[in-house]
Design a protein around this ligand. Structure first.
Ligand SMILES: [Fe+2]
Length: 314
């Protein structure tokens, strides 16, 4: 009678098995597939398998995660900055720029998911609000220059921000079309000016997947008051940035990691009667001055334009 060999079941999944499964699942080495996608998928799967084993992820936890990702929908655009991934993309771009020898200029920071393309365009000046929101008036002005200080005429300052409830037009259907969104062409001295209302920082939708996840991590899901910009000019690299308002309790505690020291704007209260009268206002208003410095195009520089799904409204 042959001797029965009883093989001890493994108490751990060995690395060879993990590597083999990740390789097959990612199609690594298959000539028909996209090589870069295969390599990245293989790496992510292998890291995930190791994480699952090291943290003894239970089947219930694994399926909770699968349901979670399925529930994200358009909030994927909020979770990405919330987990620092959008800021990390900026850091990678900064490093690539430094490697290409690019220096100076206003720092970039995240775009966020609430841009709408095609806002009305005007020369030198625009009023962004439709007059319905009775928040304090805010006047913003500044200059767009090249890194050598030369003013950039006809630069396009594409600006958007939230209302006094922390909501963005279009995504908040109670606001008028393109409310608090405009494009302004700079004048011959590179100047732009706009009149608007004081924005308020926003939180991710209460009870939504982003807030729920961040709360479980012990974090909040709110941003300080801020104003977004795309700034572009002929012969220069496009800039995606924003300023965060100084004095907001979350200026240095932004869930989306968008605050950079150079991008904090001081708000001045203007009480001068002549200036109030010039603007036709009833009383004091707020004012911010914010200049932009763009880097000239350079051969071999990384692309400064980010392509992603964005909403366009007709
Ligand atoms: Fe925003």
């Amino acid at each position: 009678m042959a001797k029965r060999v009883t093989k001890k079941p493994p108490t751990k999944v060995d690395e060879k098995t993990m590597k083999s499964l990740a390789k097959k699942a990612s199609g690594l080495g298959d000539k028909k597939g996209d090589k870069r996608l295969q390599a990245i998928t293989n790496r992510i799967l292998l890291d995930l398998f190791k994480t699952m084993q090291d943290f003894k992820i239970t089947p219930d936890e694994a399926w909770t995660a699968v349901s979670y990702f399925g529930s994200l929908g358009h909030e994927a655009g909020l979770l990405t900055p919330g987990l620092g991934i959008e800021h990390f993309i900026d850091l990678l771009q900064d490093a690539a720029d430094a490697k290409a020898g690019l220096k100076g200029g206003t720092p970039r920071t995240i775009e966020g998911p609430l841009y709408i393309a095609g806002a009305p365009i005007s020369d030198g000046y625009a009023r962004l609000d439709d007059g319905k929101d009775k928040a304090d008036v805010l006047m913003v002005s500044g200059r767009v220059t090249s890194t050598n200080g030369k003013p950039l005429a006809n630069a396009v300052v594409d600006v958007w921000h939230a209302n006094s409830m922390g909501n963005y037009s279009h995504f908040d259907p109670s606001q008028s079309k393109y409310n608090l969104r405009r494009r302004i062409r700079t004048d011959k001295d590179g100047r732009y000016t706009f009149r608007t209302i004081m924005p308020v920082g926003y939180g991710c939708p209460p009870g939504g997947p982003t807030e729920t996840f961040l709360k479980k991590l012990g974090r909040h899901a709110s941003r300080p008051s801020h104003v977004h910009y795309f700034v572009s000019a002929k012969g220069h690299r496009q800039l995606t940035t924003q300023f965060n308002l100084a004095g907001d309790p979350l200026t240095y505690d932004d869930f989306a990691f968008a605050t950079r020291d150079e991008l904090v704007a001081d708000v001045h209260r203007v009480k001068d009667k002549t200036r109030i009268a010039e603007l036709g206002l009833d009383g004091p208003f707020n004012e911010i001055t914010f200049d932009f410095e763009l880097q000239p195009n350079k051969k071999g520089a990384p692309d400064s334009i980010v392509r992603r799904d964005r909403v366009t409204i007709g």
